[in-house]
Design a protein around this ligand. Sequence first.
Ligand code: FMN
Length: 278
Amino acid sequence: MSLLNVNKEKCIHCGICAQVCPKNYIEMNKEKFPVDAGLTCISCGHCVAICPQAALNHVQAPLSEQVLLDATPVFDTETAERFLRSRRSVRVYKENKVTKDQILKLLNIARLAPSGNNSQGVQYMVVNNKKTLRAITKATIAWMDEAIAAKEVSAVNYIEMSEHYHKTGEDVILRNAPSFILALSDKNFTRGRDNTHFALAYAELFAPSLGLGTCWTGIVETCARSGYQPLIQLLDIPENLTVTGGIIVGYPKYSFRRLVKRSPLIVTWHQLCDSNEF
Ligand SMILES: Cc1cc2nc3c(=O)[nH]c(=O)nc-3n(C[C@H](O)[C@H](O)[C@H](O)COP(=O)(O)O)c2cc1C
């Protein structure tokens, strides 16, 4: 059964829906109406979103659920650059709890990130109980210490952090953040990590608009992915799911005042590049 429904009175036969379809699922028939070409549709909703006449409906990307976008808001270059460059990892937070409503606002943007074949498939677990947060840090440090004791190659990066934790008791893992968001995907879902990275990047970029700051928790992810049982049990992760990423979230105690430098840009132009284009 076709997923498309065309309003023949409204359709102007422009064929834009077919042009933007990433999977060639749409073709124009003899009467120049869009029809299902019998291929696989990934339900990205491009066809419905781009139709200038609102003439197209799609079972899995209904027109009624698409928000009207009058004019694509494009930041001017300087604003866009400043917005992107001002995103920084936040590791010092105020005590304030982050409300459920704020977390949901953040994750509702995260889930709109691009994903391979529009597969999405990332879900989240939110931890905000102080005792549990401290226990996660403790378990992660214990895992690091085991790796250090076993002289694992990757453990070199953990030595200073673990020593600092044992010396000061400071939460070097979850940074005393009031909330920790874990991303989870089905164990057999090969795109889980990729999709998570884009989703969490969206969350990071959106966070300041909610007054929030974030920081990735790659070490906790690595610990969980290694199958370290004390952490897995503490998080109570369902058997069919695996940890694909995580971020801490809270209200930043300080604000950054400057934009930093990064490593220099490395670009090579393929030898067949047309030099006249530059
Ligand atoms: C995949 C990934 C994992 C990360 N894991 C950690 C982590 O475990 N702990 C931490 O403090 N920062 C972590 N970070 C943050 C990086 O250290 C940070 O992005 C980098 O130093 C650049 O700083 P900026 O994010 O403020 O621009 C991680 C970042 C990424 C992208």
